[in-house]
Design a protein around this ligand. Structure first.
Ligand SMILES: NC(=O)c1ccc[n+]([C@@H]2O[C@H](COP(=O)([O-])OP(=O)(O)OC[C@H]3O[C@@H](n4cnc5c(N)ncnc54)[C@H](O)[C@@H]3O)[C@@H](O)[C@H]2O)c1
Length: 264
């Protein structure tokens, strides 16, 4: 019960990592606002948790006024806000040729600006509870895969925002801001995305040890377990931190270039 009596907004919690974080928050004693685009999936999550511990808000986070309405939903349902998890994101492929202006702006609106606006809207309420923010970035924030150009830039900007606000808001408002950068996680949508990109149906069972030393990629529950530490009072005054959660170091890595990693 590390989150006893806390009220937590988890964006993008109708599925995947967000859903796993929301379920784990409730298991640790919190009440949650489930949020995302899919009404049916959201209804299922609320049913699993129970209406006394979960409220549902289905809306595009990039729509005008949407972050404030999400905050209002939490206040109407539970009367306060202890934490915001900015997890919702548009995970889309693009490169220098395919990233046009409208596409780029849409990715930034959803992945970077909407999290900022949600923090801004929640701030008066987080101040009252000495609450915190957890942003869910990506290891792609550091540079990113070639075909994840706009997405990687959006997560890099989110990471700078975490460090900037993690300093300012902590000093000025007593509100901590931290970030988890997940590595490769096997969510329902990630399973499908890779199939759409031409990989075989069972792609996740046949990964090179370069990407998956454990023989598998991460589970959403493993990201959720780490999220609890940052949302709980046990992380104390720590703020402005960005933690990579991958099964190998990301920065500075230099994997072997031999028969263990290169197909002949
Ligand atoms: N799966 C991975 O391998 C991986 C790796 C690194 C980082 N991440 C990050 O983790 C987070 C969750 O990823 P996931 O794989 O679980 O995603 P997912 O695609 O399974 O779920 C995305 C969630 O966000 C919501 N969402 C998307 N666009 C939205 C919008 N415009 N308005 C409101 N809600 C919206 C969806 O409804 C859904 O609930 C994202 O921030 C993603 O960038 C994922």
């Amino acid at each position: 019960m590390r989150l006893q009596n806390k009220v937590i907004i988890v964006t993008g919690s109708t599925t995947g990592i967000g859903k796993a974080i929301a379920l784990r928050c409730v298991a640790e004693g919190a009440r949650v606002v489930i949020h995302g685009l899919e009404q049916n999936l959201g209804d299922d999550v609320v049913k699993t948790i129970g209406k006394e511990k979960a409220a549902l808000h289905i809306e595009d986070i990039s729509a005008a006024g949407s972050p404030q309405r999400l905050v209002n939903k939490a206040l109407d349902a539970f009367g306060k806000i202890d934490a915001v998890v900015n997890n919702a994101a548009l995970v889309v492929s693009s490169d220098i040729q395919s990233t046009d202006e409208a596409f780029f702006k849409n990715v930034l609106n959803i992945n970077t600006i909407a999290p900022f606006l949600l923090i801004q809207s929640a701030l008066p309420h987080l101040k009252k509870t000495k609450g915190c923010v957890l942003n869910i970035g990506s290891v792609n924030a550091w540079s990113g895969e070639p075909n994840l150009l706009a997405y990687s830039v959006s997560k890099g900007a989110l990471m700078t925002m975490t460090r900037n606000l993690g300093d300012t808001l902590h000093r000025e408002a007593g509100v901590r801001v931290n970030q988890i950068n997940p590595g490769w996680v096997l969510t329902e949508n990630e399973t499908q995305r890779k199939k759409d990109h031409g990989l075989p149906t069972d792609w996740y069972t046949k990964l090179s040890k370069v990407y998956a030393p454990a023989g598998r990629i991460l589970k959403p529950e493993e990201i959720a377990a780490a999220a609890i530490y940052w949302l709980a009072d046990e992380s104390g005054p720590i703020s402005g931190q960005v933690v990579d959660l991958e099964q190998h170091p990301f920065i500075g890595r230099n994997p072997p270039k031999d028969s263990s990693s290169i197909d002949r």
